[in-house]
Design a protein around this ligand. Sequence first.
Ligand SMILES: *Cc1c(COP(=O)(O)O)cnc(C)c1O
Length: 439
Amino acid sequence: MAVLAINGGEKVREKLFPAYNTIGIEEEEAVIRVLGSGKLSNFLGTWHSDFYGGKEVQALEEEWAACFGARHAIAVNSATSGLYAAVGACGISPGDEVIVSPYTMSASATAALVYGAIPVFADIEPEFFCLDPHSVESRITSKTKAIIVVDIFGLPYDADAINTIARRHGLFVIEDCAQAPGAKYQGRFAGTLGDIGVYSLNYHKHIHCGEGGVIVTDDDQLAWRLRLIRNHAEAVLDAKGIKRPEELVNMVGFNYRMTELEASVARCQLKKLDGFVAERQKNVAYLAKELAQIPCIEPAVVRPDSTHVYYVHPLLFDKNIAGISRGLFAKAVRAELAPTELREKEGVQLGCGYVKPLYLQPIYQHRIAFGSNGYPFNLAQNNLNYEKGLCPVTEQLHFETLMTHEFMRPPATKEDLDDVIRAFWKVWGHRDELCGQEA
Ligand SMILES: *Cc1c(COP(=O)(O)O)cnc(C)c1O
């Protein structure tokens, strides 16, 4: 008689996990207030006092800057827009090289492509999964202009080492902190560790307003250029007397503007961030302690002098100890559990790896991004390498050892977490039932 649910046994848990929904009455009231005002957005794309947006947008920016200890905060309509604006503001030009992690959401790398720059992928740290300073250094050439670091899963990058390398070579550091709002590195907030930081406010993140993002920087000049790019730069240059050729670089603007509705929601959400982060950390502490007892599972460690805010919780799986593959183990654990309410279609929140290393995506494999003639890859002056094997640590983690889950999201209770722990133990205890099966 089969015991494991995957073989027809009884599940550990049939009931859905509670909905992950950070929106409450405060957000509802804020949206009603904005709707009542009739001003759903208050940006004007020419030189005018409304160039900087409406009341809610400007209030969000002030509150965000104060909360994270940044000189400037610039609200945008997504972190993707924020990353694009950041690359533009740094003056990156076609043919330049930008070093980036391959283990991140795809926009961290396309930010380079949209300005005609070449993403150069460096490997990640085996224990923390952020860019590895040694690998970064080995990828620097005379064409390198910037490093896009990613605080992946909610842990800040190795800022001491990477910032030192960047300073030595005169490179910008753009910090993609979409997954790490509230995380700290030596007492400073993720997002404020490089030259420019970019937070996300999309539906999946710690706090959200549907879609949105916030850029922070301490540099007045970068902040000004970010605000120009956000709102049709080209249309205000004349009025601002900006006309010297070197001032026009990347001053083709976009509409990356956030509406008053989203800003009003984001302001409420920001007030709740600390509470959500504390809950995630408490839940992970409990899960990690319990799951660490299972011989084939090793919860990831946190960088010294840093805090992790757990956008996802990484676990390392040892197939030699388990005697079965990671894929099969995860599939069996998923079969024991239920999806999350409101997100039933996403299935049980346990996965193998995160995203396929970005250089294996078709656009890099075929070097086709804009148009059909290979731009911007055809501008590369150095050997372009997007071959399998380029980042062995990333590939080993992704294809063999890393598991990620999101069971720690609020409002998970101890009972919910206990079901998860029971499911892992059950699969461990009955893994001989799985021998010979396919993942
Ligand atoms: C979510 C995410 C983004 C993109 O955020 P959007 O607001 O959806 O554009 C970028 N980078 C990372 C690492 C992310 O997790």
